[in-house]
Design a binder for this molecule. Structure first.
Ligand code: F0G
Length: 365
């Protein structure tokens, strides 16, 4: 009887930092890499979707939270803190509960999705809504962690990046080698940093826990990152004071891993570009209605970016391309309830009569 054991146990040899730490896990990782036939046809390449919404709390953050919380437990911490646009707080709250720690989360008031808010509360976190945006929340969380006995579990915590790099390992393990291009949404830029590290470590001889590990992949992909147009500091080359986008998860004006994201882009021969909210919603709809994959808006930025590049003629025909979709659609379901024109979707009302239902379905000829 086997079940996926979570990223720390599955990739123990490649996570030396975690050696000797108690393992705090909800069996995160092991997410599906799904062939996206419709998207593939549309862009003339082989497109696969790494569905990170299927992690225990519904986003990729769990990969980094198992490692961050395990390191916090190792150091004897009793409390953790984070700033969040929602998913980090949901994940931190769940893993802190699992570890028997208390958790405080700072979120921008009115700008986090209801599903995420509910998760933090359900898991018993102390939730503070801050009058400000994510960047302000992160400043405060960092200062508190410097001064008080609380562990910071944002992606500036090196254990977070270590855990999140395992997504690249899973992709190479599934495909047999790295893809040509990896596409993902970029907010605070921890994830693009982590993926790039994972791909590099799998393509080079790497010092593991039990000695030198031979390369698993023959190459690394070009990293393509996409920010929301109203929150695209890496594209503009300077911080954005008032980031704005419907993709609240990536509503970030001054990413903490700025330098690492630029390095991932340049070292991989990749790019960081922006997509509009309309493009994001279009990709969101395409994923749910043609691929059967429901994601939150921020996650669709990867697919929106791929479509934008394709329209510009920049997608190499026949390339193998992996798009990470970072969070589940149920986190922020309101976007499914509007038509492409922005009108509210009205359910069809019927009585509980077979003939009436048949008529409504057009089955009665
Ligand atoms: N997609 C989703 C669904 C996210 O929640 C985030 C980040 C990103 C993409 C961007 O990843 O920050 O590593 O570049 N959410 C953070 C949070 C900021 O607080 O949940 P990134």
């Amino acid at each position: 009887a086997h079940q996926w054991r979570g990223v720390i146990r599955e990739y123990a040899d490649r996570l030396p930092m975690l050696t000797g730490a108690p393992v705090v896990t909800l069996h995160e990782g092991g997410t599906p890499l799904i062939e996206a036939e419709q998207l593939s046809e549309r862009v003339g390449a082989r497109v696969l979707v790494k569905y990170e919404g299927l992690n225990p709390t519904g986003s990729f953050k769990d990969r980094g939270m198992t490692t961050a919380m395990s390191m916090a437990a190792k150091s004897g911490a009793k409390a953790v803190i984070c700033a969040s646009t929602g998913n980090t707080s949901a994940s931190a709250a769940a893993y802190a509960t699992k570890a028997g720690m208390t958790c405080a989360v700072l979120v921008p008031e009115g700008k986090i999705a209801m599903g995420k808010l509910s998760q933090a509360i359900a898991h018993g976190a102390t939730l503070l809504q801050v009058d400000g945006n994510f960047d302000g929340c992160l400043d405060v969380a960092r200062k508190l962690a410097e001064t008080y006995p609380v562990e910071l579990v944002n992606s500036v915590n090196p254990a977070r990046i270590e855990g999140q790099k395992t997504a690249s390992f899973e992709i190479v393990d599934a495909l047999g080698d790295a893809p040509d291009i990896h596409v993902l949404p970029v907010g605070n830029a921890g994830n693009i940093t982590a993926y790039w590290r994972g791909y590099r470590e799998y393509a080079e001889p790497t010092e593991g826990v039990s000695g030198e590990l031979a390369p698993v992949a023959t190459r690394t992909p070009a990293m393509w990152g996409f920010q929301a147009a109203g929150a695209a500091p890496l594209v503009h080359g300077h911080p954005v004071d008032d980031p704005e986008t419907i993709a609240t998860a990536i509503r970030i004006g001054n990413p903490a891993s700025w330098h690492q994201a630029v390095q991932a882009r340049d070292d991989s021969g990749g790019l960081i570009d922006s997509v509009t909210d309309a493009e994001i919603l279009q990709a969101h709809r395409l994923l749910s209605s043609t691929e059967g994959i429901f994601v939150e808006p921020a996650s669709a930025a990867s697919v929106a970016g791929l479509l934008k590049q394709h329209a510009a003629g920049a997608v190499p025909p026949g390339a193998t391309i992996v798009c990470t979709v970072t969070g589940h659609g149920l986190k922020d379901p309101q976007w499914a309830l509007r038509t492409a024109d922005g009108d509210e979707v009205e359910p069809v009302r019927v009585t509980a009569e077979a003939f009436e239902v048949a008529r409504a379905l057009g089955l009665d000829g």
